[in-house]
Design a protein around this ligand. Structure first.
Ligand SMILES: Cc1ncc(COP(=O)(O)O)c(C=O)c1O
Length: 372
């Protein structure tokens, strides 16, 4: 296969930085000159800006998306003997925090079209021990919130949205993070709104939860050296907050660019024997990942790598089959949709600056493979 491009990465963080370099350097410099590296004013400013952006009332910054999920569960008092219902087809953090707190992640199967949690499976999994439901807005597409909230309401269960991959996406015209009792964002650098290090945020409309999370995230401290709760150290660095304030100003333009690139991929892939991502009618999808479904996925991945095209598998093993989660009791064949989707998904390069001719080249390589 002749190579038209040296290499096409999954994302181009450095290229994106160069486009906003002056703004970023100014923002970082202001923090450096202020000396307020922990809980400086940029942190609260970012919280307010993101709460407004996500149509949520309050936002609490923390150290990562994983911590955001853990803090949300801690604020609900989730612990040993409790159960939390979630999807097996997600990044490990979603379920890891449940287990870390001593509770049991209860995995239910996913929808075969969107790969998000299948709401019709949730109710069957509810028991007296269930303390919360965590849907994930996978790849940037909102889960079916009406159906999830209906089950939650019936059983009086709080919903925590894992919106790590979907900041800015909408469900029936409303932004994700405004549906659950709490919602969690990740600012991992490759996320749609990424920092230049780790970071996360919890959003909530509930002022009591907001207060409690602030205390837990700062060593359980309600005033200096008074610790009313068992807490952790999970704060967002001021420098990261300043960087994120700049990047938030560009987020909508970047999301639009992702959507345009996704539309082009889908158009070009139409004649081929692959399943492009489906966008539910009720949603906008912000394409954190553009993941196709294809037979012979592993061989195609090797071929694309030979052509200099990076790809990734989100996710190759559903969580219930991971060694760390097997003892929760769900074996092979128990969640058949997640298991079959995991064998066939392949994420293609996706970033706002990805050039049209590269998308064409990637699709040409896929077409060549499928013909051979
Ligand atoms: C769905 C999902 N949940 C949680 C996380 C955890 O976020 P972080 O890496 O910021 O801890 C991530 C991403 O990394 C994610 O994709």
């Amino acid at each position: 296969m002749s190579k038209k491009f040296d290499s096409i990465p999954m994302a181009d963080l450095v290229g994106q930085y160069h486009g906003i370099k002056k703004e970023i350097q100014k923002a970082i410099n202001e923090v450096l000159e202020s000396g307020r590296f922990i809980l400086g004013p940029q942190v609260r400013a970012l919280e307010e800006e993101l709460a407004a952006y996500c149509e949520a009332k309050h936002a609490i910054a923390c150290n990562s998306g994983t911590d955001a999920l853990q803090l949300a569960l801690m604020a609900l008092g989730v612990g040993p003997d409790d159960e939390v219902i979630t999807t097996p087809f997600t990044f490990v953090a979603t379920a890891e925090v449940i287990g870390i707190l001593g509770a049991k992640p209860v995995f239910v199967d996913i929808d075969p079209v969107t790969y998000n949690i299948d709401p019709s499976q949730i109710e069957k999994a509810v028991t007296k021990k269930t303390k919360a439901i965590i849907p994930v807005h996978l790849y940037g597409q909102p889960a079916d919130m009406d159906a999830i909230l209906a089950v939650a309401k019936k059983h009086k269960l709080p919903v925590i949205e894992d919106a790590a991959q979907a900041v800015g996406a909408t469900y029936k015209g409303r932004k994700v993070c405004s549906f659950g009792v709490m919602a969690c964002l990740s600012f991992f650098p490759s996320k749609n709104l990424g920092a230049y290090g780790d970071g996360g945020m919890i959003l909530t409309a509930d002022p009591e939860l907001e207060k409690k999370i602030r205390v837990i995230a700062n060593h359980g401290q309600d005033k200096r050296y008074h610790h009313s709760l068992l807490g952790i150290n999970s704060r967002l660095d001021t420098i990261q907050a300043a960087i994120l304030q700049v990047r938030l100003r560009h987020l909508d333009a970047w999301s639009e660019a992702r959507m345009d690139r996704a539309a082009l991929y889908t158009e070009l892939l139409k004649p081929l024997d692959v399943i492009p991502p489906a966008i539910a009618e009720t949603c906008t999808h912000v394409f954190h990942q553009y993941s196709i479904r294809v037979k012979n996925r592993d061989r195609l991945q090797d071929k694309l790598q030979e052509a200099g095209i990076a790809t990734a598998i989100h996710y190759p093993i559903p969580l219930h089959l991971q060694p760390a989660f097997r003892h929760y009791g769900k074996g092979e064949g128990s969640l058949p949709v997640a298991e079959s989707v995991a064998k066939e998904v392949l994420s293609l390069p996706m970033y706002p600056e990805l050039e049209e001719e590269k998308i064409q080249y990637i699709v040409d390589q896929i077409a060549g493979f499928l013909k051979s």
